[in-house]
Design a protein around this ligand. Structure first.
Ligand SMILES: C[S@@+](CC[C@H](N)C(=O)[O-])C[C@H]1O[C@@H](n2cnc3c(N)ncnc32)[C@H](O)[C@@H]1O
Length: 201
């Protein structure tokens, strides 16, 4: 994905309702936080209480835009190159993992969610804001446009049922609710937002 284009296209939404949503999701997070697919760093200015944030991003064009956001963050942020296919951390390292608009793009969501589960401490939270498969006619349009959208937008699938995938990975997804994604085109307007809990064992 091209970092500068991503920032240009999302600028208006980020300074409006989308930015407010991000703040509501991450401002109160405490302890050790992993943000996966941190992109160009749109969430970083919203962390207020974390002891540290590890921002993981595999794409050089996106990661190149992180340093100024890291410098302005209110909490310590460490940037790492890495992928959800195999997270470079021991089990039970983090209190929360943040994923915003990432699970639509990974090659294998089940595997990625398994990795997130592994690195979370028991009782830890997966915090998500993701666009997902809609219902009825919208779902049919999403099926139709997904192959093209994947090619144009960094493997982004329009048709994923990410809430079900989160439940299948073993999380308690009771805190994840259906939302409308602000400032987005109709094919990515159906979304989910909230916290899924890694069940203690
Ligand atoms: C649409 S962008 C979202 C960026 C950022 N999270 C945000 O909310 O603006 C999707 C991001 O997911 C990242 N991504 C794609 N596949 C990934 C993987 N397997 N592991 C980690 N990140 C991945 C991309 O590099 C990209 O930065």
């Amino acid at each position: 994905m091209i970092g500068w284009l991503y920032d240009l296209l999302s600028r208006r939404a980020e300074h409006g309702e989308l930015g407010e949503r991000r703040g509501a999701l991450v401002a109160g997070l405490e302890g050790d936080i992993l943000e996966v697919g941190a992109g160009t760093g749109a969430n970083l200015r919203h962390y207020k209480r974390a002891a540290r944030v590890v921002a993981l991003e595999p794409d050089a064009s996106m990661a190149r835009r992180l340093p100024p956001k890291v410098a302005e963050a209110a909490v310590p942020v460490e940037v790492l190159r890495g992928s959800l296919d195999a997270l470079p951390f021991p089990a039970a390292t983090f209190d929360a993992v943040v994923s915003t608009f990432v699970l639509c793009s990974v090659e294998e969501p089940g595997r990625a969610l398994g990795e997130i589960y592994r690195v979370l401490r028991p009782g830890g939270q997966l915090v998500v804001l993701e666009h997902v498969r809609g219902k009825g006619r919208l779902a049919r349009w999403q099926e139709l446009f997904t192959p093209l959208h994947r090619r144009l937008a960094g493997n982004c699938h329009l048709n994923r049922d990410t809430r079900s995938e989160i439940g299948q990975a073993g999380f308690d997804a009771g805190g994840v609710r259906a939302v409308r994604i602000p400032g987005s085109h109709p094919l990515v307007r159906a979304g989910i937002q909230g916290e899924a809990t890694r069940i203690s064992s």
